[in-house]
Each structure stands twice: as C-alpha cells, then as structure tokens.
Design a protein around this ligand. Sequence first.
Ligand code: SF4
Length: 66
Amino acid sequence: MKVTVDDQRCRGHGVCTTLCAEVFSLTDDGYAEAISTDVPTEFEDATREAIQCCPEQAISDVTKET
Ligand code: SF4
C-alpha cells in the first residue's frame, strides 16, 4: 500500500497523525506528510482509517497508480 498527502488540500488538522503516527507526521509548517509512502502491512488498517477520516480528503491511496 502506498499513500500520498496532497499539500494543497491538507489543512493540518492532525487527524492522520493521531490515527497513525507511524505513517504520517506534521511538518514544521503544520501540514502532514507521509513519513513512508510505502505503508508497512501492520499499519494499513490505521492508514485506511486516516484516509477516511481526513476532513480534507487530502490523503490518497496510490497503490494502484504506481
Ligand atoms: S488529517 Fe488530512 S488535513 Fe489533517 S493533517 Fe492529515 S492529511 Fe492534513
């Protein structure tokens, strides 16, 4: 599973970092980034939850696009 964060959409709510700090982190600018675009298997469920819970729909599952 691979994910990206659209920095044009992200508003830095931090929902994703709360749900899965192993995959997402907030930058010094206050926006989220994917620490690892390649999500380890054990964090896939939490990552899917973050995708669904992001208020800005800024996180994309790009597994099939790469
Ligand atoms: S939940 Fe969405 S809007 Fe909030 S920090 Fe994460 S990617 Fe950005």
